[in-house]
Design a protein. Structure first.
Length: 301
């Protein structure tokens, strides 16, 4: 066995252990599923952890209404393939219900508004743990998380009140009304994810591979034109061969120039890049130094 395969096996075993511990320690867990590569890997890991039985939790998608159609199509395809339950919480419904004010500006992200839909579906279904595909290498606020990250009654996260996790002991005891966010692939890197995808021949949306797309050049980033973002006078419009490193909303996720048509091509790209996936492509994370952490403190995943 190669060193890479041995390392991936260790990561896989750790993630499966975390998933099984979550199922054992919590009464009503859920797996947050976006249709992106990290949550797809989580589903694959859950299949290894629990088949031939059914998942001990539903899949939950927080639908912002600004999704890439390709991601939604793949979400529905995968759910149909594995035959598991999918629950969808609509940010659009939360906006109408609570008369929420949307972000203004050229690229109006709904990321901060996801919190309302997420907390509502947690409350409605009495979920006590939400499993997600966040990784510590994504962003510095992510690096402060534990595997079991406790949230209070309002879904808020306090980075100063994180529990120690010595010797891989995971403490799932929470007070009634509290919630735990669970990160089985927290110790993985973007490169680990892609090596694992290649090793296990995992299907992905075509967004991750090079394709031609019309984009607006904005602060040296390429933002795809869509029904949410239309060109205005003065915009520089280009048609380029691009791919996506991360799949967020169409309104806040930039593409990267790429000729990568295979997983090996993508791995080769990642090896030489010096910018994190969110740092290169997520416009909303660049509003301030603490943009992600501020959202997490308010209940964002």
């Amino acid at each position: 066995m190669s060193n890479t395969n041995h390392y991936l096996e260790q990561l896989e075993n750790e993630a499966i252990y975390i998933l099984r511990e979550t199922a054992a320690q919590f009464e009503k867990p859920a797996l947050l599923f976006s249709g992106g590569k990290d949550s797809i890997v989580l589903v694959h890991l859950a299949l290894k952890a629990f088949r031939p039985g059914k998942f001990p939790f539903p899949l939950v998608h927080i639908d912002t209404g600004h999704n890439f159609p390709e991601a939604i199509a793949f979400r529905d395809y995968l759910v149909n393939q594995i035959g598991e339950e999918l629950l969808v919480a609509s940010v659009e419904d939360s906006i109408k219900k609570h008369n929420l004010k949307e972000t203004t500006g050229r690229f109006p992200s709904r990321n901060s508004l996801q919190t309302y839909a997420l907390l509502e579906i947690i409350q409605e279904n009495e979920f006590d743990a939400c499993i997600g595909g966040a990784r510590r290498d994504e962003e510095k606020a992510r690096a402060k998380e534990r595997i079991f990250s406790v949230r209070d009654d309002f879904g808020q996260w306090n980075p100063k009140l994180q529990r120690p996790e010595l010797w891989d002991i995971l403490n799932g005891k929470v007070q009634k009304g509290n919630n735990v966010r669970v990160f089985p692939i927290s110790n993985w890197t973007e490169l680990d994810v892609w090596n694992y995808i290649q090793k296990n021949n995992i299907e992905l949306p075509n967004l991750y591979f090079a394709h031609e797309r019309e984009c607006i050049v904005h602060n040296d980033k390429l933002v795809a034109t869509s029904k949410f973002i239309q060109p205005i006078e003065g915009d520089i419009i280009v048609v380029e061969k691009v791919r996506y490193r991360t799949v967020g909303d169409m309104t806040c996720t930039a593409a990267v120039l790429s000729n990568a048509t295979t997983i090996q091509d993508i791995i080769d790209d990642i090896i030489i890049t010096k910018i994190s996936e969110r740092g290169q492509t997520r416009l909303d994370d660049q509003l301030s130094e603490a943009a992600m952490e501020d959202r997490k403190k308010q209940g964002y995943f």
